[in-house]
Every structure is written in structure tokens, then in C-alpha cells.
Design a protein around this ligand. Structure first.
Ligand SMILES: Nc1nc2c(ncn2[C@@H]2O[C@H](COP(=O)(O)OP(=O)(O)OP(=O)(O)O)[C@@H](O)[C@H]2O)c(=O)[nH]1
Ligand SMILES: [Zn+2]
Length: 426
């Protein structure tokens, strides 16, 4: 069996979600209960405070339901984004999978627009919009509900804005292989990103069957993890041998009925896909049943990026998360380097950069050996990177502002010219 999850470019069939009842085929959006042009249409309102059984497997809580009560009254229904495409999303609604277009009131900023893991309000589209034959246009994402956490990356291309990759996550699984020597700087970068998201990082050391406790590789890792991530839990697992997997399942299932939502980050080859497959079970790549109506398989939707796990909890695995850069990770860096942040409060100058300033408590700690100089160097490097990305972002905002003014001026000049002409020829 291959341990690899297909990439979206391979366009595999929509994998069946093992958490769904076998009879629950994906429905057309109209079966989500929201016929077009009928703003009050929708599923019968639930008693406030009653979570929907299917959505609760995806993390919807009673508190969420209570907060949604007014929207329910207005005929809207909640859903979670399973995958974001250009102008639409694949979602899990309380009746099963569906698709919906992103409404015109949803922000276009990639930082704020719907991303995998977002909870959204579904409703009927704007009645002023021309009707189409596209079934996804009969249900629209009216709003992205407030997030409790979001993993953001700097966009890789020319545009220097942040891009939300995964929302409403509770855990960031920072994955590394015990068979490779610890790479501290990489670990610290991923931890900064994790803290910045608002979720809790958990270090997962894979391939324990190849580097069992007592071996040199194993022995190097635990102190390294403790030094790079003070206070962060470390789990040692082997997906292939089943070691430590129950603990991991327990972490994902969490204490409550809704489970935890987790994303995986880590370099290529450390065993993320193998981990996903082991957690999800072999069902992940199975093709759904053939539709009775037209005997067609479900070939429309590509890879699902948010999966409810059979043992509880939700796993988010989007291609974009695998190579993340930092974005505005100032607080995340401070959490990752908590001991430096604490030392810095003892520096003489509040804007101390801990490079050569007199009275620098951080440099003093390096001097007396209580702070490894490697740790300070890593901190500085991440700070520089984060500052650079922020500056690039600010520069882009300034350029956009200038462009807006330019076009406003042009428009005003045109208006004046028009008026002048009209005056002249009146
Ligand atoms: N022995 C052993 N091999 C493993 C384990 N987990 C993964 N592997 C192997 O490690 C290799 C890489 O695993 P993947 O799951 O593809 O790694 P990945 O992190 O998903 O890599 P990318 O998809 O490139 O990001 C594969 O050959 C796996 O079979 C494990 O627990 N034990
Ligand atoms: Zn200092």
C-alpha cells in the first residue's frame, strides 16, 4: 500500500470520508436546504444549543451553535471549509459534503477570505444576481465566522501579503524524523509559526521503529526538542509499527466530544503522509459509490484537505502548509524564545537589539553560558526575516495606497474636464 496522499494535480476522485455514514453520499447544494431566491429557506431550526451530530464530528460545539442562533433564524446554516478553490469551496454541511460559491460580501484579502478549516454561514445567493445552471451557485458562503486561530504564511509570489492556510486549529503537529539529526533552526521556525497561529504546537518524532529508544539518534533528539521548544510536548511514534499512535490519536480526539483540529508541518520525507494514512485508515483513497441516477462515479472534486478522523478530531493537510514561510510571526517568535523574551525585560534599553548594547541582559546570559549563543543567533535570524516580510507588506500597502490616489486623481481630472466641456458647449 502506498503511504502517499495524492497531490491535487493528480486529480483523484473525491476520497470517501470514513467518518461519514456509508449511505451519506455528497449532496447537491440545493439538498442542503437552501433553494435559490428564498432567503428564509433552510433546514428546520434546531433548538438553540443543540449541536448537529455530523458537524460536531468536525468540531462544531454547543457554544458555536448558540452563537449561530440568530443566523439560523434568518435561514442560514453552518458549514466547515474542506477545501478552498479559486472562487468556491468544498464544504461539510450538516447534511454532508456540498459545494458553494464565495459570496460577494466575503473579503477578498487572502488573509481574511475563507480557507480550509473555516466555519462559514451558508445561505441563498443575492437575488439580484443573474441565475446560472451551476448547482454550486444556489448556495453561497455569506460570511466567514470568527476564527479562534489561523495559520498564516507569507505568500511565495510577488504579492507580499499573508495567506491564511488553515483556520480554527487547536494543534500544530511539528513533524520530524528520529532518523535525521535535529535541525534546531527549522524546528524553531516551525514552532514560531505554530505559536503565532494561536494553536498549541506538539512535536511528533516519527520512525521510532528505525531509531528506537537508546540509540544515538534517539538520544540526540529529546534534549534538542527540549532546548528548541521549552514546555512543548513531544510524542515519539512509528506509523508503520503502530508505536505511540494511540497517544497521538488521544491528543487528536481531545477531552471533549468535538475533538481537536490539527495541521501537520514538517519537511519532506519525515513521514507526514504515512501518519495521515495511519490516522485516517485505509479508506482515505477509496472511491465513493457510483451514483444511481447517472451511474457516474464522483470524479468532480479533487483531494479533500480536511478529514474527520475515525477516533475523533480533524486533520487538515493542505499542500500549502508543507512549505511555510513566516508571516508577522513576532509574537510566535517571542513564545518560541520565551527565555530570551524574559531576559530582554532586564536589558537597559527597551529597544535593545541584543547585539552590542551596554547593559544587555541577553548578551550577559550568553557571556555567562546560561544562554547558548546558537539560540540567540536563531532568534535574531527569525526576527530579521519576520521584520523583512512585514516591511515588504507595508511597502505593498503603501504602493496600493499610491495607486488608489493616482486613479482617484485621474478620475477627478476627467470629471473636471467633462464639466468644463459641458460648460463650454452649453
Ligand atoms: N520505517 C519507517 N518508515 C516510515 C515511517 N513513516 C514514514 N516512513 C517512510 O518514510 C518515507 C517518507 O514518508 P512520507 O510519509 O511520504 O513523508 P512525507 O513527510 O509525507 O513527505 P512529503 O510528502 O514529501 O512531504 C516513506 O518511504 C515512508 O514509507 C515509519 O514510521 N517507519
Ligand atoms: Zn539586550
Amino acid at each position: 500500500m502506498s503511504s502517499r496522499i495524492p497531490s491535487s494535480s493528480q486529480n483523484p476522485p473525491f476520497p470517501r470520508d470514513p467518518s461519514l455514514p456509508p449511505t451519506l453520499a455528497p449532496r447537491s447544494p440545493s439538498s442542503v436546504g437552501l433553494p435559490a431566491g428564498s432567503p428564509t429557506a433552510g433546514p428546520p431550526p434546531a433548538a438553540p444549543g443543540t449541536p448537529r451530530p455530523l458537524l460536531s464530528r468536525y468540531g462544531w460545539t454547543e457554544e458555536d451553535e448558540t452563537a449561530f442562533a440568530a443566523r439560523r433564524q434568518a435561514g442560514q446554516s453552518p458549514a466547515r471549509v474542506v477545501r478552498r478553490d479559486r472562487s468556491r469551496c468544498s464544504l461539510i454541511s450538516e447534511h454532508g459534503p456540498c459545494e458553494a460559491e464565495i459570496g460577494r460580501d466575503v473579503a477578498v484579502d487572502p488573509l481574511l477570505s475563507a480557507c480550509t478549516g473555516d466555519w462559514v454561514a451558508l445561505g441563498a445567493p443575492d437575488p439580484r444576481r443573474p441565475a446560472t445552471n451551476d448547482p454550486a451557485s444556489t448556495t453561497v458562503i455569506l460570511e466567514v465566522l470568527p476564527r479562534h486561530s489561523v495559520l498564516v504564511r507569507a505568500t511565495v509570489s510577488g504579492r507580499s501579503t499573508g495567506q491564511a492556510l488553515a483556520a480554527n486549529i487547536d494543534l500544530v503537529l511539528v513533524v520530524a524524523a528520529l532518523t535525521e539529526p535535529p535541525r534546531m533552526a527549522r524546528l524553531e521556525r516551525l514552532l514560531a509559526l505554530a505559536w503565532e497561529s494561536g494553536a498549541r504546537p506538539l512535536i511528533v518524532l516519527t520512525k521510532a521503529d528505525l531509531a528506537a529508544a537508546g540509540t544515538a539518534a534517539h538520544a540526540a533528539w529529546l534534549p534538542a526538542a527540549a532546548a528548541a521548544a521549552p514546555g512543548v510536548d513531544v510524542l515519539t511514534v512509528s506509523a508503520t509499527a503502530g508505536l505511540g499512535m494511540d497517544e497521538l490519536r488521544g491528543e487528536l480526539a481531545g477531552p471533549g466530544p468535538a475533538g481537536r483540529s490539527a495541521v501537520l508541518v514538517g519537511p519532506s520525507g519525515v513521514g507526514k503522509s504515512t501518519l495521515v494514512n495511519a490516522l485516517v485508515g485505509t479508506d482515505l483513497l477509496a472511491v465513493g459509490p457510483v451514483r444511481a441516477s447517472d451511474r457516474k462515479g464522483r470524479h468532480t472534486t479533487v483531494r479533500r484537505e480536511l478529514i474527520a478522523l475515525p477516533a475523533g478530531g480533524v486533520l487538515i493537510d493542505t499542500p500549502g502548509i508543507r512549505g511555510v514561510g513566516l508571516w508577522g510571526a513576532g509574537d510566535g517568535i517571542d513564545s518560541t524564545f520565551a527565555e530570551i523574551t524574559e531576559l530582554a525585560s532586564g536589558c537597559r534599553f527597551t529597544d535593545c537589539e541584543h547585539s552590542s548594547e551596554p547593559g544587555c541582559a541577553v548578551l550577559a546570559a550568553v557571556e555567562d553560558g546560561s544562554l547558548p549563543s546558537r539560540r540567540l543567533a536563531s532568534y535574531r535570524k527569525l526576527q530579521r526575516e519576520s521584520t523583512w516580510i512585514q516591511a515588504r507588506h507595508d511597502a505593498r500597502l503603501a504602493a496600493e495606497e499610491r495607486a488608489r490616489w493616482k486613479s482617484t486623481h485621474k478620475e477627478m481630472r476627467r470629471l473636471y474636464a467633462d464639466r468644463e466641456r459641458q460648460g463650454r458647449y452649453r
